[in-house]
Design a protein around this ligand. Structure first.
Ligand code: PHE
Length: 496
C-alpha cells in the first residue's frame, strides 16, 4: 500500500488531475485498491490532495455478449453455416438456439439471400466474405476501449442484451494546498520533549478520528436458560409465589423418594434412572418422628389407605442421590411450614433449579435439566384450583391452549400431564406433570387435615428451546454451545 500511495502522488505530480478509474489500466491495479491508497493518503493529511467524487458509466458484456466474444456474432454463425450449395431455412435454424436472430440480422446485413428459383426456397450466401463487426466491437469494449464504439451502436447492443451499462463511482484527484510526493508520518502523541524543545510548533499532528468505532467492551452474557428463568421467576412473583431454597443437588432417598410416598421398590429408584452418590454414600440426620410416620405410611397407610404392605428399610432411605426432581425440596418445605411456630399457614412456593436423571442422551435429553416447580397448600383447594392456576400461569407465558391428560405419580392423586398447543410447531407438546399430593405423603409431613396441596413440575429447557428456535439440546447446554448464540441471543420476553 505504501508503494501505491507514492505512485499515486507521483502520477499527480507528473500528469496533474486524474480520475481514479483511469489509474486502473495505468497501474494495473484494481479500482478498490487504488481507492484504498487514496484513503490512506487522506488519512495522513487532508491537505495533500483534493478528491472530488465522480461517476462514470461503463459498458460491460452480458453472458450472451461474452459468448459472442468467444464464438462470433449470431449472424456470423448463421453466415458461416450456409454452404456453397445453399441450405433449407429449416436446417439452418437447427444450427444454434440463436439462429433466428442471426438469420434476420444476416439477411438485413445483405450477407445471405433466399433463392426461390428452384421451387423450394434455399438460403445461399450473397457475399463471399463478411467482417464480424459486432465481435470486433465487443473485443474493444472488453479491453476497456469502449470509446471506439459509437454510442448509438452501444445502445443498440444494450437493446440486444449483449451489453449492460453500469455506473462506477470514482474520485478525481488533484494537488492539495500542501501537496508533496512523499507521505510524512504524522505525530500521534504530544510529548514532554516536544513541548520543552518547542519543536511541536513545526510538527504535523494526526487529527482525531471521532468516527472511529470503539472496541466492544468484554462483558458477561446471560445464557438463554437464565433469561427464560428470570421471566418464569417474574411470572411466579407476579402471581404471589415465594421462592424455595433448592441449594442441595445431593439429596437423600428419604426426601427425594420416601417422603413422597414412592415405594422403595419403585423402578425410578433404580440405578438405571437415578445417579447414586458414593461419597458420602449415606445421610444420617432425619427427624425421628418423621421417619416413623413415613415408615408407617409406606407399610400400613394413613387416612384409611392400607399402604404398600412391605418392610420399609431405613438403609434404603439413607442412600444419597443426585436429586431427580425438586419435589423433595417441596416436601421439606411442607414439613417446615407444618412445624413452624404458630402452626400451618397457606403457602404458594416455586423454585427453578437443576435436577439429574440417568438418561440415555439424545437430541432432547441430557442427564440434567432445570425443573420449574410450583406448590400451593391451602384449606379445601381442588383440582379445579390446579387447572385455574395453570391457565393463569401459561396465559402469562402467552400460551392459551392447554389440555390435561390423566397420568400416574406415586405422590399425587389425581395426576395430570399438561399439554399445550405450540403455534410455531403446530402441534400439542407435553410441558409438565402435576397433581394433588396424596394424604399418604402429606399426613406424615404434618400437613393438617383439610389442607390440600397442588403441585407441578415443568422443564425450563423445553420452553427455552422453543423460544430460541433450537432443535438440539446440545446447542443449548454443553461443550458444543456456540458462544456467539449466547452473546447475540435476544432478551426473552413472554407475550403477555
Ligand atoms: N416431580 C415430577 C417430575 O419430576 C413433577 C411433579 C411435581 C408432579 C409435583 C406432580 C407434582 O416430573
Amino acid at each position: 500500500m505504501s508503494e501505491l500511495t507514492e505512485r499515486i502522488l507521483l502520477y499527480i505530480e507528473q500528469h496533474g488531475d486524474v480520475d481514479t478509474l483511469d489509474l486502473v489500466p495505468i497501474f494495473g491495479e484494481d479500482h478498490q485498491k487504488i481507492i484504498g491508497g487514496v484513503k490512506s493518503i487522506e488519512s495522513t493529511s487532508a491537505e495533500l490532495i483534493n478528491t472530488t467524487p465522480a461517476t462514470r458509466k461503463t459498458w460491460e458484456l452480458t453472458e450472451e455478449g461474452r459468448q459472442i466474444l468467444a464464438n462470433g456474432s449470431h449472424e456470423a454463425t448463421v453466415f458461416n453455416a450456409v454452404p456453397e450449395a445453399g441450405i433449407s431455412q429449416a436446417d439452418l435454424m437447427k444450427i444454434s438456439p440463436n439462429a433466428k436472430v442471426g438469420f434476420s440480422k444476416a439477411m438485413s446485413n445483405g450477407w445471405i439471400l433466399m433463392d426461390k428459383s428452384g421451387g423450394a426456397p434455399v438460403i445461399k450466401r450473397k457475399v463471399a466474405d463478411i467482417v464480424d463487426t459486432v465481435k470486433t466491437h465487443l473485443e474493444a469494449i472488453a479491453s476497456g476501449k469502449s470509446d471506439v464504439v459509437p454510442d448509438n451502436v452501444k445502445n443498440e447492443y444494450k437493446k440486444r442484451k449483449i451489453l449492460v451499462e453500469s455506473v462506477t463511482k470514482s474520485f478525481v484527484l488533484s494537488k492539495g494546498p500542501e501537496f508533496s510526493t512523499s507521505l510524512k508520518k504524522l505525530e500521534t502523541d504530544l510529548t514532554v520533549e516536544m513541548l520543552a524543545s518547542g519543536i511541536w510548533k513545526d510538527l504535523k499532528f494526526k487529527p482525531y478520528n471521532f468516527d472511529a468505532l470503539g472496541v466492544p467492551p468484554e462483558r458477561g452474557q446471560l445464557h438463554p436458560l437464565m433469561k427464560v428463568r428470570s421471566e418464569f421467576r417474574q411470572i411466579f412473583l407476579e402471581m404471589g409465589f415465594s421462592e424455595m431454597p433448592t441449594n442441595n443437588f445431593v439429596e437423600s432417598c428419604f426426601w427425594n423418594f420416601d417422603a413422597l410416598f414412592v415405594p422403595q421398590q419403585h423402578p425410578a429408584r433404580d440405578q438405571q434412572d437415578t445417579f447414586f452418590v458414593s461419597h458420602p454414600q449415606l445421610s444420617n440426620k432425619f427427624p425421628v418422628a418423621l421417619l416413623d410416620a413415613v415408615k408407617k405410611s409406606h407399610e400400613s397407610g394413613t387416612d384409611g389407605s392400607i399402604g404398600y404392605r412391605y418392610d420399609w428399610k431405613l438403609e434404603e432411605a439413607q442412600k444419597n442421590v443426585l436429586r431427580t426432581h425438586t419435589t423433595g425440596d417441596s416436601a421439606r418445605m411442607l414439613y417446615k411450614i407444618a412445624h413452624q411456630a404458630g402452626g400451618f399457614k397457606p403457602i404458594k412456593y416455586f423454585s427453578i433449579d437443576k435436577v439429574f436423571r440417568n438418561e440415555t442422551l439424545d437430541a432432547t435429553h441430557l442427564a440434567e435439566f432445570h425443573q420449574v416447580e410450583g406448590v400451593v397448600a391451602d384449606y379445601g383447594i381442588t383440582l379445579g384450583d390446579l387447572i385455574g392456576t395453570f391457565n393463569a400461569f401459561f396465559n402469562k407465558l402467552g400460551i392459551t391452549e392447554l389440555e390435561y391428560k390423566p397420568t400416574f405419580n406415586p405422590y399425587t392423586e389425581p395426576s395430570m400431564e399438561i399439554f399445550c398447543f405450540h403455534p410455531g410447531l403446530q402441534r400439542w407438546i407435553e410441558v409438565g406433570n402435576s397433581g394433588v399430593f396424596r394424604p399418604e405423603m402429606l399426613r406424615p409431613l404434618g400437613v393438617p387435615e383439610g389442607v390440600n396441596v397442588i403441585a407441578w413440575g415443568l422443564s425450563l429447557e423445553r420452553p427455552t428451546m422453543i423460544k430460541y428456535g433450537l432443535n438440539n439440546i446440545r446447542d443449548l447446554i454443553g461443550p458444543k454451545v456456540d458462544l456467539k448464540m449466547v452473546q447475540e441471543g435476544p432478551l426473552c420476553r413472554m407475550n403477555r
